[in-house]
Write a protein that binds this ligand. Structure first.
Ligand code: FAM
Length: 440
């Protein structure tokens, strides 16, 4: 199939059949258990959801539809003529269909998204009037997504009595339009907040053929290296299986048949927390503080170790390290490190990040609390952005959000295709736990 919608359509019946067989065969098997400690402990590692677009292995990291990050970098189509990073549009195809797309299939997605990218003028003007200095860019971002909701095809179709079997297609329509518009929204927020509302004229960005380049150019960056960085960034942050806060929030809210705009806005609100997506902002601040506290002293193991302990003693986490599922260095960190080694090996901030890679895991091991002392995706992204001049760290989580739409909305389409019901786990009280177990 040439179009994404037809490709998804062709997968639905076979997938439903597979799910049917799995449920017939294993429907009554126990998938995961939940102890009292897990119920109090953020449900960590309780296996209780099915999420098709990606799977996180604690040792190896994320796989998108079975493909690791290096495999995606190798197999997904690149920008013409000399791009080396995968195009986010190719990842979108992969996540939605499970297949590595051909060049022409990716071109069709690029064209489709390009045509959908125009944001209604009045929405842009509304964003222009927000109090930019007092509203965090993530707050502006979720306001924008909620504003775009009025265009939801899914909500319109529901109001007109659409059949349940057709929800997925309306959901996909919304997902594609929203994904296409997010770079424009992100750039508007960036230029409003940090560049005196001087916007890059649409004529100069509209020609960009792919989402990564369009994002780069409308933010105001002009180098092909930064285009490549945006492509890599949009691929790396797209999806991280179903249980993380943003993905789970999108699914949960979507399960009430709230449309993709409403569901994604919920995910963004979760991404805006410092233990989740906002960690990328926190990392850059922390790195700059480190540099300041070093005050010209060399970046030795000893000096950095002392400063890490200082952070811990003050009762803070070391941002960009640790993970709820991962137990090794995040391959998303490694992919960014490789990018840095190629394009900015001598950058001082990159060297600080490199040195901390040696120091922090030892400190965290010695502290003895964390289950995973290794760096995650957020430890690295800020220094890359900063190197190219995107220094406003308050904006970093917005970029994470643009990317996260690709994965979470692909998954949401499948939730509707498979007709998953409203989510409603059972909760109990502490008194209930007492009564229940004391009685035994
Ligand atoms: N620095 C200091 N302490 C840490 C730590 C870190 N980087 N990571 C975990 N801990 C502490 C944690 O706070 C907990 O302490 P208490 O028992 O006193 O509450 C203890 O170690 C055990 O935590 P865990 O089981 O190892 O981690 P969790 O699964 O509870 O939490 C994270 C996972 C990611 C929230 C946690 O590692 C953290 O706060 N990291 C720093 C923030 C960060 O980088 N977040 C981004 C994660 C990222 F991949 C993403 O979502 N984008």
């Amino acid at each position: 199939p040439q179009t994404l919608t037809e490709a998804v359509r062709s997968k639905i019946e076979p997938m439903k059949a597979q799910v049917h067989v799995v449920r017939e065969q294993f429907g009554e098997e126990v998938l995961g258990t939940c102890t009292v400690n897990q119920a109090y402990g953020g449900m960590r590692s309780v296996k209780s959801m099915v999420y098709e677009t990606s799977l996180l292995d604690p040792e190896e990291g994320i796989r998108f539809r079975g493909y690791s990050i290096p495999e995606c970098q190798k197999l997904l189509p690149k920008a013409k003529p000399a791009g080396e990073q995968p195009l986010p549009e190719g990842l979108l195809w992969l996540l939605l269909t499970g297949d590595i797309p051909t060049e022409s299939q990716v071109q069709s997605v690029c064209m489709d998204l390009k045509q959908r990218a125009t944001v209604p003028e009045d929405v842009l003007h509304f964003l222009d009037r927000l109090p930019h200095k007092r509203l965090h860019p993530m707050t502006q971002f979720t306001i924008a997504v909620n504003l775009l909701q009025r265009d939801s095809r899914m909500t319109e179709a529901y109001a007109h009595g659409a059949a349940k079997s057709a929800y997925w297609e309306h959901c996909l329509e919304d997902a594609l339009t929203l994904i296409a518009r997010l770079p424009v929204i992100a750039a508007r927020i960036y230029r409003n907040t940090f560049h005196g509302a001087k916007h890059i004229p649409l004529e100069t960005t509209a020609n960009a053929d792919d989402m990564g380049k369009r994002l780069a150019r409308s933010l105001g960056f002009e180098s092909t290296e930064f285009d490549e960085l945006m492509r890599l960034y949009l691929v790396l942050h797209a999806d991280h299986e179903g249980g993380n806060v943003s993905a789970h929030a999108v699914r949960l809210v979507g399960s009430a048949l709230s449309d993709p705009y409403l569901a994604f806005a919920a995910g963004l609100n979760g991404l805006a927390g410092p233990l989740h997506g906002l960690a990328n902002q926190e990392v850059l601040r922390w790195l700059l503080q480190m540099k300041e506290k070093l005050g010209g002293r060399p970046m030795t193991t000893e000096n950095l170790t002392e400063l890490c302990w200082q952070t811990l003693r003050e009762g803070h986490v070391i941002p960009g390290f640790g993970h709820a599922v991962l137990r090794r260095t995040d391959p998303r960190y490694t992919a960014q490190r490789e990018f840095a080694l190629k394009y900015l090996p001598h950058d001082e901030m990159f060297q600080l990040v490199s040195k901390l890679y040696e120091v922090v895991p030892q400190v965290l091991e010695e502290q003895g609390k964390v289950k995973n002392p290794w760096p995650n995706v957020d430890q690295h992204s800020g220094v890359l952005l900063r190197y190219y001049g995107l220094v406003e760290s308050n904006f970093y989580t917005v970029l994470f959000g643009v990317s996260r739409a690709i994965g979470t909305l692909s998954s949401l389409v499948w939730d509707r295709a498979l007709g998953l019901p409203i989510e409603r786990p059972k909760s109990v009280t502490t008194q209930w736990i007492r009564d229940h177990f004391e009685k035994r």
